[in-house]
Design a protein around this ligand. Structure first.
Ligand code: SAM
Length: 427
């Protein structure tokens, strides 16, 4: 049974840490964190020290608060003139937040208001504090994805070694301040704060679930949005950038509602390959006569199984688009790191500026701070994989206000802008 005296002492310690964080008192924090964690949480508010350090910067006069739109950052003051006192307060907050991250604070813990520390910084218009949270998220996610790649190199025969490895990773996760373990999905469930144990969003489960096809959307067996008509603007813009002319060779991975494939068809491609894995979608592809369209080849199966055969045959494309569902970011990364090189014609054939690769950029899009974190990560990974990427910005309408999410398990898109990537080989 818990010792009540110990519980009271632990709570006092938590309150002292939160107070020192809110007061930006680094001297006190240094002392308190010697034998305590930077990830304590207030029972009532769910505040961590990071939440407290950022939330205490809220101006007393609410009219001085900005609403944190993507370009709406000021210093939390509506007037151009930031007082000396305010400047000092914000400088102290920056130092405190940096100190907490150095001491292992987790960047994406949620408070009872469903906000991460970065969400609060954004809501209050505190750009520098927001950027610190984004950078901490990038560091944490990069480290974890590297660890993910490092694990299989261990001696898989030894259970003891595996246990040690997982313990090591858990410790590093604590240290680096993250808990989502590279679980962000780049699909319509694109979640930055991973809901662990949601098996409906795993690829194999999804592929065996029954889909519902409405006029303007596809839902899976758990009412997750697989594809929705509001994405048509994004699909059209992507298709235009990838296939600027007619008579080109295009590969699309993930048919969904066939929106982008329909737009590709308008460009009368010479070859139009489609890879699709879900039997219900394949049935509709067949019924709609796609197999008979000139130049179209439909490959039935998961891209993981189909792509090696295409490479073996030496098929080359002027443009490739990738938009699957219920796959983690590492699947997308694997696709562009290992497979695009064998499929995309660097000369671009008839595509004057060289072959182009595009994908649905939806990682972490259920929360602005996560979207910003994953956009930085994907940009770095694309560069490392040898791509030059141009991002164009597309405005997203008020999906909530337009009732788009009614009947959908969770809204997978929150940001008011979409960063549309177009990639070509460097050099
Ligand atoms: C978001 S939808 C694609 C929407 C499409 N871009 C459009 O314009 O309508 C994702 C599609 O990828 C398919 N898919 C999911 N996992 C796949 C995999 N591993 N290989 C191939 N297709 C997959 C799904 O069945 C679904 O049809």
């Amino acid at each position: 049974m818990d010792d009540p005296a110990f519980a009271v002492e632990a709570d006092l310690q938590t309150q002292s840490i939160l107070l020192a964080s809110a007061n930006h008192d680094i001297v006190a924090l240094r002392h308190l964190l010697r034998n305590s964690s930077a990830n304590v949480q207030d029972d009532e508010t769910g505040f961590t020290p990071l939440h407290a350090a950022i939330a205490s910067c809220e101006p007393e006069d609410p009219s001085h608060q900005v609403n944190g739109q993507s370009n709406g950052f000021t210093n939390g003051n509506s007037t151009e003139q930031v007082s000396e006192e305010r400047k000092q307060e914000l400088e102290a907050a920056v130092k405190t937040v940096k100190f907490l991250f150095q001491n292992g604070a987790i960047w994406n813990d949620l408070d009872r208001n469903d906000e991460t520390p970065g969400c609060i910084a954004r809501r209050l218009g505190l750009k520098e504090l927001y950027e610190l949270c984004v950078d901490a998220g990038v560091r944490a996610e990069l480290l974890l994805s590297r660890l993910d790649g490092y694990l299989p190199l261990g001696d898989a025969d030894s259970e003891e070694d595996e246990d040690e490895n997982s313990e090591e990773i858990e410790e590093l996760e604590e240290l680096d301040g993250d808990k989502s373990v590279g679980g962000a999905e780049n699909d319509s469930t694109g979640q930055g704060i991973v809901e662990t144990g949601d098996e409906s969003t795993e690829n194999t489960n999804y592929l065996s679930s029954t889909l519902t096809f409405d006029r303007n959307r596809i839902l899976d067996g758990s009412a997750n949005g697989v594809m929705m008509e509001w994405e048509t603007t994004l699909m059209r813009r992507s298709a235009e950038l990838l296939l600027p002319g007619t008579g080109l060779r295009v590969l699309n991975v993930g048919f969904g509602m066939g929106i982008i494939d329909g737009i590709f068809q308008e460009k009368e491609p010479k070859h139009h390959h489609i890879i699709e894995a879900h039997p219900d979608v394949l049935k509709r592809i067949k019924e709609a006569g796609w197999y008979e369209k000139p130049g179209v080849t439909v490959h039935e199966g998961r891209w993981q199984d189909v792509v090696p055969g295409l490479v073996e045959k030496g098929e080359l494309f002027d443009a490739i688009y990738f938009d699957t569902f219920a796959e983690e970011y590492k699947a997308l990364r694997e696709f562009f790191t290992e497979h695009v090189i064998g499929l995309l014609d660097p000369a671009g054939g008839a595509n004057q500026d060289g072959g182009k690769f595009g994908f649905f950029n939806g990682m972490g899009a259920d929360r602005q701070v996560c979207y910003d974190v994953y956009n930085k990560i994907v940009e770095m990974d694309l560069f490392e994989a040898g791509f030059d990427t141009e991002f164009s910005t597309v405005a997203i309408p008020d999906l909530e206000g337009e009732g788009e999410w009614e009947g959908v398990r969770r809204s997978y898109w929150k940001p008011d802008t979409y960063k549309l990537p177009t990639c070509s080989f460097i050099g």
